[in-house]
Design a protein around this ligand. Sequence first.
Ligand code: GDP
Ligand code: IMO
Ligand code: MG
Length: 419
Amino acid sequence: MPATVIVGAQWGDEGKGKIVDLLAQDSDVVCRYQGGPNAGHTIIVDGETFKLRQVPSGIISGKTCVIGAGCVVDPEVLLSELDELEKRGLDPSVVVVSGNAHLIMPWHVAIDQASERRLGKLQIGTTRRGIGPAYADKAARIGIRVQDVLDPKILRQKIEVALAEKNVWLERVYEAEPFELEDVASRYEGYARRLRPYVGDTSLFVDRALREGRDVLFEGAQAVLLDLDHGTYPFVTSSSTTAANAAAGIGIGPNRIDYVIGVAKAYVTRVGAGPFPTEIQGAAQERVRELGAEYGTVTGRERRCGWLDLVALRYAVRVNGITSLALTKLDVLSAFPELPVCVRYRLRDGSETEDFPAHQSDFHSAEPVYETLPGWTEPLDDRLPEGARGYVEFVERALDVEVSLVGTGAERERVVALR
Ligand code: GDP
Ligand code: IMO
Ligand code: MG
């Protein structure tokens, strides 16, 4: 598998970290191409649990870990994550960070929090890690980049210029506390000193690795329905999460990508606000949440739970060019005698469609049309019982994509390879 993208096919938390960690065993390089510490990727190996936010999942197996230009980096989070991993016996020196990635600054976090507070009931339910404000400054061409840590004078100057404006916003618009220049500058000078050894030319590095025939994984964060262009806007994140951005976010040609593995849960979850057609009504939602331990990795929030949505998943296959699927957490469904699966949406005019609605009002009012599949009671191990196999084959037939991996538990080895 020379160049393989692992992309979230729903609203995030599908188990991308687990799948990347598994495939990283046979790979050389693992790259993150977008997002930042809004991600929370859980990996469980030999009874030890790792929750990664900023660092690619390849760190667990000591593979070279690239943080690409398309990412936003909170140095405080990154450095403390690296410290923590080092304490647990892992080697942080495998990490390389693109100088073109943007830094999340303290005012980004403050503005994210203040603007969510201000939106009140209309809030997006962000992770409040400063993601949106940092990408906004990048697009406005006033961001501070990772490479600015290489020159203390430039870094200080940029902080000074940015703060002069951000403090006005914080105080006058959001009625929040301003930042002291000296505090921020000295804190970031400290981060800068520590970050310098990690900064490198990641585009050149990944291109060379591929030319040398090495196996490279591109680890998506968030997921297609949280994509800024193709997700359920405005209830999305602020980066391009889809597979195509693996190339752009790293700085290699799109023709270098060989495979795209979509990761989907056997059901669906969503954290934060926004429409969710197959959200389960009644006690079964709580049951799925408990069985699947559906609480956010970053924020601890309850994840909303729904039945598998094949209309949304078909869209994920289209938008990402998914060549195979990893269907995770099938074990969680073992407790249910019958399993509703959404095969179509019914729209406001009474028509039914298998294709994801292009316009928000159609999506907001779409009603799921379910087909009910038989459940199974046997626990899942290396062989899938008939009911579970039937469930997987139903998904393959509906989407015309093969399911190559099935997740049967949270630990690294709890996975069945079907092909
Ligand atoms: P990510 O953000 O896509 O990496 O996913 P998260 O780590 O945020 O959430 C997935 C959760 O499900 C984590 O707690 C994983 O340990 C767990 N998990 C992953 N795959 C499986 C599986 O096949 N079965 C079960 N029961 N749990 C899984
Ligand atoms: P991983 O990589 C699930 C959601 C937030 C919110 C919206 C915008 O672990 O799958 P942001 O902080 O990005 O501005 O929040 O996106 N969100 C996620 N939901 N998994 C994630 O990451 C997410 N990252 C952001 O809940 O609805
Ligand atoms: Mg997650």
